[in-house]
Design a protein around this ligand. Structure first.
Ligand SMILES: Cc1ncc(COP(=O)(O)O)c(C=O)c1O
Length: 401
């Protein structure tokens, strides 16, 4: 079968590849500590499940509006207005099968061949490949640890050209946990004011998982740019609802209409029962906030636990992340060293391969996020799992020396 050039240009999702290898090793009887996964280890709260069950019993099992039910769009608009000071009505809202589908739809609906998308890196694995599938060109901007893995206004000014159509900001960031402050976003906005052809995707999916600093999003920091900002959020990470596949976004009407048209010709509405579940999560904010607080307390404890456990592991270095549930571990000192059998570790992929085969711990190479020399370790796992996994990682890197 002939495969299109657009799809051939994209890679298999890097995190999906690691998950597949991990599953193969498990099928072969190996016990693996899976710190590669990007989802909460908590179960969806009961009040959300009950709402979904009730919706199914009530016959809410048919097609809904393509852009989501009116109730859910209203709840999403309320959330954006009250929690994020983003000006919007239901006309500015679309609900999709996860934040991922919404970002994909936005890019596909707006890019023409040759259009460029600025992406600060390290970044979530999917952004560059979504751009490629959309016919665009990713302009990756390396943002090192010395700048807190964040893009400055000067770097943005430098990379913007006549073909730049989008900037993607993800804060808190997967994989680095970096959180942009209001002041930093305001500086980026100042640059964008000089370049009216550039729109912004603000991917806020980790909004609620934040340990230091305050969450901010571009549409509230620079409301005058609202006509070219897509604010993306969802229930996957904050409410442990990754499998329900519901995300929502606020943006300018013409973009939302184009995304809705695209969705209408592909998946139609996201699952009606999933939408009912997300509606309960967004409308019962007391119950949701209680659940989120409980999860964040656990994440914060585990973040410190991993930091302490890997603190004196030779060749590894990690800072406490400000948000999300990942440690982005610097393993550059291991590159160039030799394993006991004489094999040279030539990059972060080799480090991860060694940790997987030798220590039974699955983590994701930083290269998958365009952050070579690092690996991403998810601390969305139980304390017991993290303690044992870190013990194994430490023993494995000690054995290299
Ligand atoms: C930065 C980022 N954005 C979006 C998503 C996708 O979220 P959803 O499950 O709502 O599609 C992920 C999932 O890993 C993510 O890390």
């Amino acid at each position: 079968m002939k495969i299109s050039g657009r799809v051939l240009r994209a890679r298999e999702s890097g995190t999906a590849r690691i998950a597949r290898i991990t599953t193969e090793l498990e099928a072969a009887g190996k016990s693996i500590f899976k710190l590669n996964v990007g989802e909460p280890d908590f179960d969806t709260p009961d009040f959300v499940k009950e709402a979904a069950h009730q919706a199914a019993l009530d016959g809410k099992t048919r097609y809904t509006d393509v852009a989501g039910t009116a109730e859910l769009r209203e709840a999403a608009a309320n959330k954006f207005r009250s929690e994020n000071a983003v000006e919007c009505t239901t006309e500015n809202i679309i609900v999709g099968a996860g934040a991922k589908q919404l970002i994909f739809n936005a890019l596909l609906a707006s890019l023409d061949d040759g259009d460029e998308v600025v992406i600060p890196t390290p970044c979530w694995v999917s952004y560059p490949d979504m751009v490629l599938i959309g016919g665009g060109t990713p302009r990756l901007v390396p943002c090192g640890a010395e700048m807190g893995h964040k893009m400055s206004a000067a770097m943005l000014e430098d990379v913007i050209g006549p073909n730049t159509r989008w900037l993607i900001i993800n804060s808190p960031c997967n994989p680095t946990g970096a959180v942009y402050t209001k002041a930093e976003l305001a500086e980026l906005a100042e640059v964008l004011r000089r370049h009216p052809q550039v729109a912004v995707v603000n991917d806020d999916i980790y909004e609620k998982i934040i340990f230091r600093g305050e969450f901010a999003t571009m549409a509230s920091v620079a409301p005058d740019l609202g006509g070219r900002i897509l604010t993306v959020n969802g229930v996957s990470k904050s409410l442990a609802m990754t499998g329900w596949r519901i995300g929502y976004a606020a943006g300018p009407r013409d973009l939302i209409a184009a995304m809705t048209k695209l969705q209408g010709q592909s998946t139609t509405n996201p699952s009606s029962v999933g939408q009912a579940a997300a509606l309960a999560a967004l409308t019962d904010s007391c119950a949701s906030n209680r659940f989120i607080r409980k999860c964040c307390e656990a994440y914060e404890r585990r973040r410190s636990l991993v930091h302490a456990a890997l603190g004196d592991a030779p060749g590894l270095r990690t800072e406490l992340p400000d948000g999300a549930f990942y440690h982005f571990v610097d393993c550059r000192k291991l590159v160039g060293t030799r394993l006991q059998d004489g094999t040279v570790i030539s990059d972060d992929r080799d480090v991860c391969e060694y940790l997987l085969q030798g220590a039974g711990v699955s983590v994701v190479p930083g290269s998958e996020f365009n952050g070579p020399g690092y690996f991403r370790l998810s601390f969305a796992a139980s304390d017991e799992v993290l303690v044992e996994a870190c013990r194994r990682i430490k023993a494995a890197v000690e054995a290299i020396g």
